[in-house]
Design a protein around this ligand. Structure first.
Ligand code: BTN
Length: 241
């Protein structure tokens, strides 16, 4: 079903009933020099998740990719992903869904995943040329259409107006990207990882301990038996305290 998305959003909206992957389309637009475009689809047939994992995108979800060309070094790019997670969490709150962020950017309800984010970028040593922030929200879809460990807005509060929710998200994301200093305080407030015992699988091995803070541009600080460890990328699992 097509959705009418208002054009008063801070991004130009390109809508598809069905597409392979909004991130692939976003990359195409980005390499062609476009910016501030939100590619949206009702359904994706070849969507991608983090770490080459599959991501299911049945009709009824909110599948979107934001094309941005920020004037930042590539090392700062994670702040965009954190901002997207905050924007999604805050937008969900407006429809009565109480979600929290698991570091770095999974949005969960009662431990079940509701939103996944896949950021891709290209850049030189000192400057990003583009960033595509892909955001997948299991919105008006059945619980059986998403993985066992996931949930959907439909399961939580019933179906929502996707256009209105998307607009909230775009506006919040726009606010955060123009005020990067506000991202970490908002992320901390929305996080369900801080103060938890965690196991993080990093490229350099496993880090086990208590998550105590997040630092710019998205580094998790873990208090381990051997002292503080700073983790910039990895898969995080919450443990029982
Ligand atoms: C993850 O948690 O593994 C990330 C999932 C990201 C899915 C979104 S849906 C919109 C965009 N297009 C894609 O192909 N992937 C992202």
């Amino acid at each position: 079903a097509a959705v009418e998305y208002g054009l008063d959003a801070p991004f130009e909206v390109e809508y598809h009933d069905s597409i392979g992957s909004t991130n692939d389309r976003g990359r195409e637009l980005a390499t062609a020099g476009e910016t501030d475009v939100a590619v949206l689809a009702d359904e994706q047939t070849g969507s991608r998740g983090r770490l080459d994992r599959d991501w299911r995108s049945p009709s009824g979800g909110i599948w979107l990719s934001l094309v941005c060309r920020p004037d930042i070094p590539p090392a700062h790019a994670p702040i965009y992903t954190l901002a997207a997670a905050v924007a999604a969490t805050d937008a969900l709150a407006t429809v009565g869904v109480d979600a929290g962020i698991k570091w770095p950017n999974d949005v969960l309800v009662d431990g079940q995943k509701l939103v996944g984010i896949l950021t891709e970028m290209e850049g030189e040593a000192d400057r990003v040329s583009w960033i595509v922030v892909g955001i997948g929200i299991n919105a008006n879809v059945d619980g059986e259409e998403v993985p066992e460990t996931a949930t959907a807005i439909r399961e939580q509060v019933g179906d929502v107006d996707r256009a209105a929710l998307t607009r909230e998200l775009l506006e919040r994301f726009d606010e955060l990207r123009t005020d990067p200093e506000s991202v970490l305080p908002a992320w901390r407030a929305a996080s369900v990882t801080l103060d938890r015992r965690v196991r993080v699988e990093t490229p350099g091995g496993e880090v086990l301990g208590r998550a105590v803070d997040v630092e710019f541009p998205g580094t998790l600080v873990v208090e381990t038996e051997a002292g503080k460890r700073r983790v910039s990328a990895g898969d995080c699992e919450h443990l029982r305290s």
